[in-house]
Design a binder for this molecule. Sequence first.
Ligand code: URP
Ligand code: ZN
Ligand code: ZN
Length: 470
Amino acid sequence: MSPTEPIDLVVRGGTVVNADWQGVADVLVGGGRVLGVVEPGSYRSARASGATEIDASGRLVLPGGVDPHCHVGFTSGDFTSLDDYRQATTAAVFGGTTTIVDFAIPRPGQNPADVAAVQRAKAEQGLCDSALHACVVQWDDTVPEQLRSLTADGIVTVKMFTTYRGETMADERTILRVMTTLRDLGGMVVVHCEADHIISDVQERGEAAGEISAGHHAGTRPELAENASVAEILAIAESVDAPVYFVHQSTPEAVDLVARARGRGVRAFTETVAHHLVLDDTAYAGPHPERFVCCPPLRAADTVAGLRSRVLMGQVATIGSDHCCYDTAQKESVSHDVRAMPNGLPGVETRMPVVFSELVVRGGLPVGRFVELMCANPARLNGLYPRKGVIAPGSDADLVVWDPTATREIRSTALHMATDYTPYEGRRVTGWPETVVVGGRPVVSSGRLTDPEPRGRHLRSGPLSRSLVV
Ligand code: URP
Ligand code: ZN
Ligand code: ZN
């Protein structure tokens, strides 16, 4: 701890939980950073006179959540999701997330670096910090230079898709070239894997059978399309010795492929998202199937159970939200044909409480591992650690005082996301953020926004280490 810096906030007497350590401690904060994590009461000194105190006794003190997968104001097909940075980050902080990683996804004909520059400038509208994934769709001679300038500007991860033909789908040769280029620049490709040729064929057959509406969504994007694509992308990564991160993996087989590759020394990582761990395909038989349309789709209950077991077995690196704030009217307007629908579920606000409740309280996941999946590993894999994802001297003072026993019934009317529904409507959860501190400022306290001033920063991600292992 710096011996001179004034302390302006003390979070007192809570159980501080990092991925690798937990214990009762006082967290000392000054200048927006953590100054020290010390024995309870030992901070009392002239340096702390006038400091704000937050009593965290009986509570957990977690690093602010880092959501590695969050789409803000995202345009896909004919639809744009309804939030801006202020709205998305307001919802994030109410849910205990203090860093989001958004995407800069080009429309056909747009240049990835230009799109990233536009999206990056929005960060300052946020109530918390944000970072970006870029996206490359098509290889051309300008791509290497764009990747160089993006990584030099702190955007080190690039999303690529093996589906959504005519929109964002990239061919395998483009993926190989981007992987190879990023490997040498300290970056990493993050891949959405669903074999498009299989999906298009299944969907054509679905159309012929009159089974292409939202209620049929799960069947139109089969598990084997995801598994086949993961195997292909792993082979590419292995052949060029490049790191690779798989977004929103939804099947245990896909996770196992990645784990086996890691066993061979491939730097391959699995992200799962909250809705694939908690919801299942019975949602498509309910009254609002369109509200649950996301890609990959919600899977059968036994697949969900298998995916959860992979989290508990330690095969999953991160849990994101894949937040997309479309509303019911947008989704309903084309729900007769899933191919035209806006995909994705709102979730940046509910990620932390839903995963804590389902996996820690009900599933027995150790709370340190929760922090690893929700905070530390997303920060590590996005070049943001140890600035984010840990409570340690020098890290940003993004902290969540978490009440592990508070129960809430999730209601969309009580949430802050810019939509009219939540896929978790009526679900009872245990565990809720009580106070959320961003950069040393308490911004949410007992369900109220206490500091609405937007002070978000675009975070420059550091190069990813060659020895990246999580
Ligand atoms: O359904 C989803 N996941 N929509 C958002 C875009 C994407 O593919 O991540
Ligand atoms: Zn995706
Ligand atoms: Zn996504």
